[in-house]
Design a protein around this ligand. Structure first.
Ligand SMILES: Nc1ncnc2c1ncn2[C@@H]1O[C@H](COP(=O)(O)OP(=O)(O)OP(=O)(O)O)[C@@H](O)[C@H]1O
Ligand SMILES: O=P(O)(O)OC[C@H]1O[C@H](OP(=O)(O)OP(=O)(O)O)[C@H](O)[C@@H]1O
Ligand SMILES: [Mg+2]
Length: 285
């Protein structure tokens, strides 16, 4: 029987959330990361623990069938590899930054300059699009220090909170791309592996929808129910149930996490009382 081989980062920023996602979709892995490969107990999956930067090549070579990886690494090294699903964690952006003291007006100011980066292909593509020629210095880590030690005039690296740039007296001047963790898939999957992947994707969608939603319960006098449900989306439509107390109802609904606080304010203003908000584990539509 076919087994789908999934790569996850061995250690680093993606590891814990990748393992949590596998657990949430019901894939239990027995052994620890000391072994570089582990089998799932209850699903036709093998997990390979690899370096993030090595994963695109393993996908291309067909050594693994799928992977949880930063989209930025795929853009750098993963030509031809498909993104099956965005996973909603490890959000960051790849940016060009220069010393705060540099007077920067446009990308033209980087013509002929030295740029330190771990993402040479990504920077090169961006510069070519803009008709700029620069000298790239490839460094594997601590890129932000390069201008301070005279190694480069600018850098291109991952930015999230911006605190690493700030600490190194740099300012962000160009955003090349946005990234988050994704489920990447090898372009060569046979039918049986594709069927396993389809199941995994279906489960991931259910978990992500659950993570992005809240279950809301509230009480309201009957004469306010219509006004309240007019601002509630719900999966199909809100549930309205009578309370034991005459003249009152309980309303249940599902709200997207993004709209959550605005909707709650609106509900209170329309007379909702005793509002309860619960997490949703999975949402199957
Ligand atoms: N500061 C950050 N905030 C959010 N996400 C980040 C941040 N830094 C990196 N990432 C994302 O996490 C991924 C893994 O980063 P991490 O630093 O753990 O590994 P790495 O050193 O790039 O790779 P390797 O596993 O090959 O050592 C990156 O490719 C990026 O998608
Ligand atoms: O904008 P911030 O929130 O400060 O995050 C950005 C920093 O995070 C990453 O480094 P990481 O901590 O992964 O170290 P590394 O260079 O050793 O990978 C990235 O390479 C930046 O240096
Ligand atoms: Mg890093």
């Amino acid at each position: 029987m076919s087994v789908l081989r999934i790569a996850v980062q061995k250690s680093g920023r993606l590891h814990d959330e990748s393992m949590e996602l596998l657990k949430d979709i019901g894939i239990s892995i027995d052994n620890g990361i000391d072994q570089l490969k582990a089998s799932a107990r209850n699903f036709p999956v093998e997990v390979f623990y690899l370096r993030n930067g090595d994963i695109p090549q393993y996908l291309k070579d067909g050594v693994v069938d799928a992977a949880i990886i930063g989209e930025n690494v795929l853009i750098e090294k993963g030509e031809g590899i498909n993104v099956a699903e965005k996973l909603g964690f490890s959000s960051c952006r790849v940016c060009i930054a220069v010393p705060k003291t540099m007077e920067y007006k446009s990308i033209k100011d980087l013509d002929g300059k030295r740029i330190a980066t771990s993402y040479p292909h990504t920077v090169q593509m961006y510069l070519e699009e803009q008709g700029i020629k620069a000298n790239l210095h490839i460094i594997n880590g601590s890129v932000e220090i390069a201008p301070n030690i005279g190694l480069a005039d600018a850098i291109c690296d991952i930015v999230s909170s911006g605190s690493t740039l700030f600490k190194n007296n740099l300012k962000e001047v160009e955003m090349i791309l946005k990234s988050e963790a994704v489920l990447a898939v090898s372009p060569i999957l046979d039918e049986e592996k594709q069927a396993i992947l389809d199941k995994i994707q279906f489960r991931i969608k259910s978990v992500l929808k659950g993570r992005n939603s809240k279950y809301v319960l509230l009480n309201a006098p009957n004469d306010k129910v219509n006004d309240i449900i007019s601002v509630l989306p719900g999966m199909k439509s809100p549930t309205v149930l009578p309370l034991a107390e005459e003249g009152w109802s309980s309303i249940h609904s599902v709200i997207s996490k993004n709209q959550f606080w605005d909707v709650i304010d609106d509900l209170k203003a329309r007379g909702a009382q005793g509002i309860l908000v619960c997490p949703i584990e999975k949402m199957v539509l």
